[in-house]
Design a protein around this ligand. Structure first.
Ligand code: NDP
Length: 301
């Protein structure tokens, strides 16, 4: 039985990075403009530190100005807001990324709302969510943008396709659904209260899973030939009892990959799929933000 095509995040992320690097070089040559990304991280959460390091390194690698602000875990909201305000007015900085989650004493909404919408390269400000929902030019959250690039590269024109998005978070599910709608798909958003989720998923030409439940979506939930985008990143113990007993873990998606691969036409793996696109799309958003702030047409990837 033929197996689904693997949608390789490594390949597409590299393509985005190369394209952004070329655009950055062009922008510097033509306009003397160097896009700049500021990353703020509060506290010493190990996963956040890894992400922040990668964002700093990758933005430098494509020729951007890059600065990382590492704040102590007990930083007060007022100090964080003061830093955001300084970056809002810093002409070297075109994109501001506040690494989440914040420590519990800091209100995430207040902090995100303080970022100037035009510098909100994570696309999480309500103004950008509103712009996206009303079809205006917006800075779009990075992971959903990565999903759309992979879908367009795999399927080309998405017009008329039936798309099911499982998950309705502000970070992933909702913006993915908005982007699919903009691409003229017929979109259903499913969530924890959806009845007969398997039957809903079986309708999908495009199935996007953004749930956070390991391998919840089974092979027989998938329409034969569908394109499956698995956003989920879940850490689980190894199947091998010895490795599991030693406390070793691995990453899996929200889709039961082996089963799904027998049915789908194309599928993203976890790891090695959507996750790799997220930082690449952050770079693309920073470039877009820099261009817009200087009155230039947005970057076309
Ligand atoms: P959230 O927890 O914010 O949202 C999860 C969504 O899934 C909710 O809308 C919830 O429904 C829905 N859901 C939960 N259980 C079920 C169920 N049994 N049936 C149907 N729907 C269900 O998660 P995120 O959107 O932030 O992240 C989703 C996954 O994507 C996670 O694994 C996360 O790690 C991963 N992720 C990956 C990224 C990447 O770079 N690849 C980036 C961001 C996230 P309800 O609203 O009803 O509660």
């Amino acid at each position: 039985m033929p197996q689904a095509q693997i949608i390789d995040g490594k390949v597409y992320a590299e393509r985005v990075r190369l394209s952004v690097a070329a655009q950055v070089a062009q922008l510097r040559a033509d306009h003397g403009l160097q896009p700049g990304l500021a990353v703020i991280v509060v506290g010493d959460d190990p996963a956040s530190q890894v992400y922040v390091k990668s964002k700093g390194e990758q933005s430098q690698a494509v020729g951007m100005y890059s600065v990382t602000h590492r704040l102590a875990g007990d930083t007060e909201l007022a100090a964080l807001l003061e830093l955001i305000e300084a970056l809002n007015t810093d002409p070297r900085v075109h994109g501001i990324l506040l690494q989440l989650p914040l420590p519990g004493h800091l209100d995430t909404r207040t902090a995100l709302a303080a970022i100037h919408p035009d510098k909100d390269v994570d696309g999480l400000h309500v103004v950008n969510a509103g712009r996206l929902a009303s079809g205006e030019p917006a800075l779009t959250p990075c992971t959903p943008l990565g999903c759309m690039i992979m879908l367009r590269e795999t399927l080309g024109d998405l017009t008329g396709k039936t798309a099911v998005v499982v998950g309705r978070s502000v970070l992933v599910g909702r913006p993915v659904a908005q982007l699919l709608l903009q691409a003229d798909c017929t979109v259903t958003i499913a969530h924890s209260r959806t009845r007969d989720l398997a039957a809903v998923c079986r309708q999908a030409d495009i199935l996007v899973a953004a749930v956070g439940r390991p391998q919840m979506i089974r092979g027989d939930w998938i329409k034969p030939g569908a394109t499956v985008i698995d956003v989920g990143i879940n850490r689980v113990p190894f199947d091998n009892p010895e490795k599991a007993a030693a406390g070793r873990t691995k990453l899996v998606g929200d889709v039961a990959f082996k089963e799904a691969r027998e049915v789908a036409g194309a599928i993203t793996p976890v790891p090695g799929g959507v996750g790799l696109m997220t930082v690449a799309c952050l770079l693309q958003n920073t470039l877009t933000a820099a261009r817009r702030q200087h009155g230039l047409e947005p970057f076309e990837g």
